[in-house]
Write a protein that binds this ligand. Structure first.
Ligand SMILES: *[C@@H]1O[C@H](CO)[C@@H](O)[C@H](O)[C@H]1NC(C)=O
Ligand SMILES: *[C@@H]1O[C@H](CO)[C@@H](O)[C@H](O)[C@H]1NC(C)=O
Ligand SMILES: *[C@@H]1O[C@H](CO)[C@@H](O)[C@H](O)[C@H]1NC(C)=O
Ligand SMILES: *[C@@H]1O[C@H](CO)[C@@H](O)[C@H](O)[C@H]1NC(C)=O
Ligand SMILES: *[C@@H]1O[C@H](CO)[C@@H](O)[C@H](O)[C@H]1NC(C)=O
Ligand SMILES: *[C@@H]1O[C@H](CO)[C@@H](O)[C@H](O)[C@H]1NC(C)=O
Ligand SMILES: *[C@@H]1O[C@H](CO)[C@@H](O)[C@H](O)[C@H]1NC(C)=O
Ligand SMILES: *[C@@H]1O[C@H](CO)[C@@H](O)[C@H](O)[C@H]1NC(C)=O
Ligand SMILES: *[C@@H]1O[C@H](CO)[C@@H](O)[C@H](O)[C@H]1NC(C)=O
Ligand SMILES: *[C@@H]1O[C@H](CO)[C@@H](O)[C@H](O)[C@H]1NC(C)=O
Ligand SMILES: *[C@@H]1O[C@H](CO)[C@@H](O)[C@H](O)[C@H]1NC(C)=O
Ligand SMILES: *[C@@H]1O[C@H](CO)[C@@H](O)[C@H](O)[C@H]1NC(C)=O
Ligand SMILES: [Cu+2]
Length: 574
């Protein structure tokens, strides 16, 4: 008996030691194939990684470097982006098509080297070519470094919760028309871990279920991989405690619901402390504009198990905010604070050396010779929907800006129509951005314009929403960096009074930030990662219409402040 107890105790320590030291995989293989899936009563073929939707989870420890060989057995070129991984000095493996690389062609492969540095918590990976990310995405879990623990009590278990969009139609086919001017169709469903859930036809049997044990605390690693709407999420009768956001821990926030935008990730604890029963977790849209959107709700089930209860036939349903409840969205977003402790410092720039003031707009753009399709696709017309940052609608070219820049420098002319600089540091016209814009032209023009930033600058970017065409909230995402969100508000940014209320102590550190409808958001960071870094709205239709730009952070003086040499096997652009 004694022996058994001693063995048990030894076994316990041994196991714990093993968990701490288990070597995680350093090499992953992603095989892209067309695979059939059945949802909402229909079967369709779509591009996936290793035949899975959502794709495989990558699990690393803070500071690891891993390699992912992406083998393209699909029908069209593709790239993969490691969303929120800063990739110090390594833009070559960042992924956006037309910015840091050309696509991996069908039949070809490319090995990405993914360098983790300060990130800890949850991030994700997704395709960054056209709209292929709809089915090509998965979670990245970044555990504490060996010997370190979480800044909160160790949860009993962790689960990945991936929020997605489901289209019955063929997305690449739809996109071809969208590029000509047709308005994109809205999705038919939202998904939680690939399943729409009980509120949709034919979905009840496959609803995702999370079995939980009474008295235990679970860590949900939530990723919003949705395409065109932001999301409210909650679990009936249970409080959520948000402890991480975009790969950094935050001061705990206890709440009934979260607001999470496409691109964002959140680490959320919940304790199984209600009556033995079953409860819905639900994801519904936050959409405060007049454009068309998917107004459905995805569900999954949190199921208490001990076999001793007879649950009511229908699980309890969470009380989520109404789809256009801007107060509820803002109230949640404004509660987020970084830890800002000695162990998790917030290195917020105080003395700004470079400022960008960037307006965000949905526009229209002229098409020569009636070359565009009307919004419904039934006529040829001379203009189409567009979007812009500082009134430049980004034109994605079939080139690698990174490769061209590293080869030719800042004034290269080797490729026709490509000039890397020229993105304005402020709007050329100042007007009442969030007021009456009836005498402001909706029209914009396109260009492939980047902004150069010197290495080491203390940068501030103020994003200013505008009332042009359709005011809306926009989740702005920057590659290569996370930034501190020092201020946000409604109306026009006032450069004298608004900075007085900045939070320079414990602002949230994010890689995707929501710029409120007809409002502004100010972010700061040190430009200490040389490279060519895409910056864009993470709503896919806006990114496609041109709501993007590129920051090129120049090399610093010393060798460890310069972009690394390119890998030998970059996909060719010809
Ligand atoms: C997918 O389904 C379609 C029609 O349902 C079928 O024609 C096709 O062969 C299937 N493809 C694969 C790879 O199973
Ligand atoms: C990857 O591509 C290279 C050629 O670039 C080829 O030699 C190699 O066999 C490919 N590997 C796989 C696993 O497809
Ligand atoms: C389910 O199918 C019915 C009958 O075809 C239809 O009226 C209803 O709108 C569908 N519900 C959803 C959520 O698609
Ligand atoms: C929990 O069970 C108690 C006792 O049966 C009941 O009074 C209470 O309403 C239940 N609460 C919920 C949330 O179902
Ligand atoms: C969205 O759905 C809600 C709840 O079903 C409904 O009240 C609302 O009118 C819908 N909004 C739109 C724009 O369809
Ligand atoms: C939200 O939408 C409802 C209709 O669905 C509308 O009555 C209400 O005025 C809207 N609220 C706001 C704040 O726009
Ligand atoms: C948001 O916060 C404001 C003030 O803090 C409060 O008046 C309002 O009721 C809150 N709205 C919601 C939806 O929680
Ligand atoms: C900011 O600049 C001021 C004036 O140039 C200087 O006195 C101060 O030390 C600087 N602060 C930091 C944190 O660099
Ligand atoms: C998608 O949108 C286009 C353009 O409005 C429309 O013609 C088409 O019927 C829509 N497709 C579906 C499946 O709703
Ligand atoms: C801008 O427009 C808003 C909304 O109409 C209005 O409240 C505000 O006073 C205007 N600001 C200026 C400076 O005109
Ligand atoms: C954007 O640029 C176009 C073309 O130069 C111009 O006509 C329009 O007035 C500009 N719009 C704004 C808001 O500056
Ligand atoms: C503040 O903005 C105004 C334009 O609205 C500009 O003229 C002024 O130079 C700016 N001041 C600072 C300190 O940036
Ligand atoms: Cu947007």
């Amino acid at each position: 008996m004694k022996k058994q107890i001693i063995l048990f105790i030894l076994g316990f320590f041994f196991l714990d030691g093993l968990l701490q030291r288990t070597a995680l995989k350093k090499n992953y293989t992603f095989v892209l194939t067309e695979t059939n899936f059945t949802r909402l009563c229909c079967t369709k073929s779509m591009l996936t990684v290793n035949g899975k939707f959502p794709g495989p989870t990558i699990k690393v420890r803070k500071g690891d470097t891993i390699f992912v060989n992406v083998i393209n057995q699909g029908d069209y070129g593709i790239t993969i982006h490691w969303h929120g991984v800063n990739q110090p000095r390594n833009p070559w493996s960042d992924g956006p098509e037309g910015v840091t690389q050309c696509p991996i062609k069908p039949g070809a492969n490319f090995t990405y080297e993914i360098i983790f540095s300060n990130e800890e918590g949850t991030l994700w990976w997704h395709a960054h070519s056209d709209w292929t990310r709809v089915s090509v995405h998965g979670a990245i879990i970044i555990l504490p470094a060996p010997g370190k623990s979480y800044p909160f009590p160790r949860p009993h278990k962790q689960e990945t919760i991936i929020l997605g969009s489901w289209y019955k139609l063929d997305v690449p086919k739809m996109l071809a028309n969208v590029l000509k001017g047709v308005l994109p169709n809205v999705s038919d469903a939202y998904t939680i871990n690939g399943q729409p859930g009980d509120l949709y036809n034919c979905s009840k049997d496959s609803t995702y279920r999370l079995k939980v044990k009474f008295g235990k605390t679970y860590l949900l690693r939530i990723v919003n991989a949705g395409m065109n709407e932001e999301t409210f999420f909650g679990i009936a009768n249970h409080k959520l405690t948000v402890v991480g956001h975009d790969g950094a821990y935050v001061k705990p926030i206890t709440t009934d619901y979260i607001l999470i935008t496409p691109g964002q990730t959140m680490d959320v604890l919940f304790t199984v402390n209600q009556n033995h029963s079953h409860y819905y977790m639900a994801a519904s849209p936050y959409f405060d504009s007049t454009a068309a959107f998917d107004n459905t709700t995805s569900t999954a089930i949190v199921e208490y198990y001990d076999g001793k209860y007879t649950p009511p036939p229908t699980p309890f349903f969470p009380n989520l905010p109404f789809y256009n409840d801007t107060n509820a969205a803002t109230n949640f977003t404004n509660r987020v604070r970084s830890l800002a402790t000695d162990a998790y410092p917030a290195n917020v720039p105080k003395n700004i050396t470079t400022q960008l003031y960037i307006t965000i707009a949905v526009n229209r753009i002229l098409c020569p010779d009636n070359s565009c399709l009307s919004p419904t696709g039934d006529a040829f017309i001379d203009n189409k929907e567009a979007a812009s940052l500082n009134n430049v609608s980004f034109a994605t070219l079939q080139v690698s800006i990174l490769e061209a820049y590293c080869r030719d420098g800042e004034f290269f002319s080797g490729l026709s129509n490509v000039f890397v600089g020229g993105f304005p540091s402020q709007p050329s016209n100042f007007f009442n951005f969030t007021g009456d814009v009836s005498d402001v032209s909706q029209f914009t023009t396109s260009g492939t314009k980047a902004r150069f930033i010197n290495y080491g600058e203390a940068l501030e970017i103020v994003f200013q929403g505008t009332n042009i065409q359709v005011p809306e909230t926009h989740p702005l995402h920057l590659h290569g960096y996370s930034f501190f969100v020092v201020g946000t508000g409604f109306g026009n940014f006032n450069n004298e009074t608004d900075p007085l209320s900045y939070n320079l102590i414990d602002p949230p550190e994010l890689n995707t930030v929501n710029v409120p409808k007809n409002g502004w958001t100010a972010v700061r960071f040190f430009a200490n990662n040389p490279g060519v870094w895409f910056m864009h709205c993470h709503l896919e239709r806006h990114a496609t219409w041109g709501m993007d730009t590129v920051l090129i952070v120049r090399n610093g003086q010393s060798e460890d402040q310069k972009i690394r040499p390119p890998p030998a096997n970059m996909p060719s652009c010809s």
